[in-house]
Design a protein around this ligand. Structure first.
Ligand SMILES: [Zn+2]
Length: 229
């Protein structure tokens, strides 16, 4: 189907939703695809941080919840994303990274002001075997000084657990420790996995094998959505 719906003046560009468990590589692929297509990548995490920093009404509601490590309510997230997708830069398409994560969020997406027909949205369900997810997530290390990320197997620092840039000692974030990883995966199974069934019937849905090199996953995605502009 490549090329059948090449973007034109009359048609909005590609809109993409990524599904898949933490550690499947969605963030990396979303960023690359957004750059390739010259469309914004809309990350829920970034939007929340920006709204909180800017002190918008929705940001003021989300701030205290996030400080306590709680889950931001669906209604609030839907409001933030709705606002963002109304932006001029989204008219030519966008990549959603981290939204929707629940059925109410998916339903909220369909009611948004941008009015994008969900049947035209590409949904990539990136999956990876569970033991590989555990290996990827628990091996992550982070530099508290410059925020660089490493992986003990895939992308180790040159010197044992010290940042290549300024030599700070790398740490494992709370979110990447074993119990937190188990909790994140259980949360994914309970809240987000049902979206696979939901989107299979409503969108241009594609199962993507994420247990491959980043480059070959990306090659498949671009073959599906078409080339850049
Ligand atoms: Zn560093």
């Amino acid at each position: 189907m490549v090329g059948v719906d090449a973007p034109s003046r009359a048609m909005p560009g590609p809109r993409v939703i990524f599904l898949g468990p933490p550690g499947a590589g969605k963030g990396t692929q979303a960023a690359r695809l957004a750059a390739h297509l010259s469309v914004p990548r809309i990350s829920t995490g970034d939007i929340l941080r920006e709204a909180i920093a800017a002190g918008t009404p929705l940001g003021r509601q989300a701030g205290p919840i996030m400080e306590k490590g709680g889950l931001v309510p669906d209604s609030l997230l839907i409001g933030l994303i709705d606002e963002r997708l109304g932006g001029q830069d989204c008219a030519r398409g966008y990549i959603l990274d981290g939204f929707p994560r629940t059925l109410p969020q998916a339903e909220g997406f369909e009611g948004m002001r941008c009015g994008d027909a969900v049947a035209e949205v590409f949904v990539f369900n990136v999956d990876v075997p569970r033991e590989e997810l555990l290996r990827r997530l628990s091996g992550r290390r982070w530099c508290p000084t410059c925020q660089s990320t490493y992986h003990v197997d895939n992308n180790p620092p040159k010197k044992d657990l010290l940042c290549d840039r300024e030599g700070a000692r790398l740490i494992q974030r709370e979110d990447d420790k074993e119990t937190a990883v188990a909790r994140r995966l259980a949360e994914y199974d309970a809240r987000t996995a049902p979206l696979v069934e939901y989107y299979k019937r409503r969108s241009r849905f594609h199962d993507i094998d994420g247990y491959r090199p980043v480059e070959s996953v990306f090659g498949e995605l671009t073959a599906i959505v078409g080339g850049g502009r």
